[in-house]
Design a protein around this ligand. Structure first.
Ligand SMILES: [Zn+2]
Length: 302
């Protein structure tokens, strides 16, 4: 939510940067509306950006500044996107460092953070702001979330999440609870859904072989069109390259509506500390099993 205070801070951040380094923000054309610099930076990254602008000012001598400008500075699914024109080699190391720092800096407050998924979107957040987003994602809306937030709970030593969070950084137990409460309802599959989804088995079997242990479906809302999150449980650690390849294979087989998430079996022991806590908790709390595809079922006449 953007409050007037956030809005003021944002304007102050932009105005200060443009005042200090006007040459980095010049427009391509002459008029006010010609090709402006696109900027959409969350407050936790203002400090990083100021260091980026200062670093570029140091690295680029006055004689070379004419061709330089930022084109786009924004956050996309928890990743800092930086595009610019001109003097590439001199500033590339600074740009890379800024991106790397953003990947581990909370977008909301600037404290150390991790990039994590929340209901299909990704953000870099410290644990405290991760909890706040989970509370916002509560399936019973604001009132359900507020009740949980303010009610003392036996598992939390008879304190409320709100008071615990005021006292210090959130414990794993509190994170676990918030994550569990933010889960959507488990899907209900009819016969047609089940039959279609069984076709995913041979595709992923080919991609992962014996490592594929089970498949589950979550975040499935057939009334809004085909979609859903497909959770593949794998023996060992899943890697990003394997996910991309398998997602491409799924799309070619006609399942581009399913978001594929890979889960290593050890992730399930402690979802809060897994690489993708949201998907792990979906697997544990809010998903249904997709039965294995059996090409030679007993009733097919053979
Ligand atoms: Zn934070």
């Amino acid at each position: 939510m953007v409050t007037p205070v956030d809005e003021r801070r944002y304007r102050a951040f932009l105005a200060a940067a443009q005042l200090r380094h006007a040459w980095q923000f010049q427009r391509r054309g002459r008029s006010e509306t010609d090709d402006p610099v696109e900027i959409e930076i969350p407050p936790g990254w203002y400090g990083l950006m100021d260091r980026l602008f200062d670093g570029v000012a140091e690295a680029v001598p006055a004689a070379e500044r004419g061709g330089f400008r930022w084109r786009r500075l924004r956050v996309v699914h928890g990743v800092l996107e930086i595009r610019f024109d001109g003097v590439r080699d001199r500033i590339l190391p600074i740009v890379t460092r800024t991106r790397d720092e953003a990947a581990v800096t909370c977008q909301a407050c600037g404290q150390p953070g991790t990039r994590r998924q929340i209901a299909g979107d990704y953000r870099v957040n410290c644990d405290r702001h991760f909890i706040e987003l989970l509370v916002d994602a509560h399936p019973r809306g604001e009132s359900g979330a507020r009740r949980w937030w303010q009610t003392p709970q036996p598992a939390l030593g008879r304190r409320s999440p709100a008071s615990l969070l005021q006292a210090g950084p959130p414990s794993e137990l509190l994170l676990d609870q918030a994550l569990r409460l933010a889960m959507p309802a488990a899907p209900r599959l009819n016969g047609a859904h089940r039959q279609r989804l069984q076709g995913v088995w041979p595709v992923l079997r080919e991609a992962f072989g014996e490592r594929l242990r089970s498949l589950r479906l979550a975040e499935f809302e057939p009334e809004t069109g085909p979609n859903g999150t497909l959770l593949a449980m794998l023996a060992g650690e899943p890697d990003t390259a394997a996910r991309t390849a398998a997602a491409n294979q799924l799309a070619r087989a006609g399942y581009s509506d399913l978001r594929l998430r890979l889960i290593g079996q050890s992730d399930l022991d402690n979802p809060v500390r897994a690489a993708d806590p949201w998907s792990c908790m979906l697997a544990l709390e809010a998903s249904v099993s997709i039965p294995r595809y059996q090409p030679s079922a007993p009733f097919d006449g053979r």
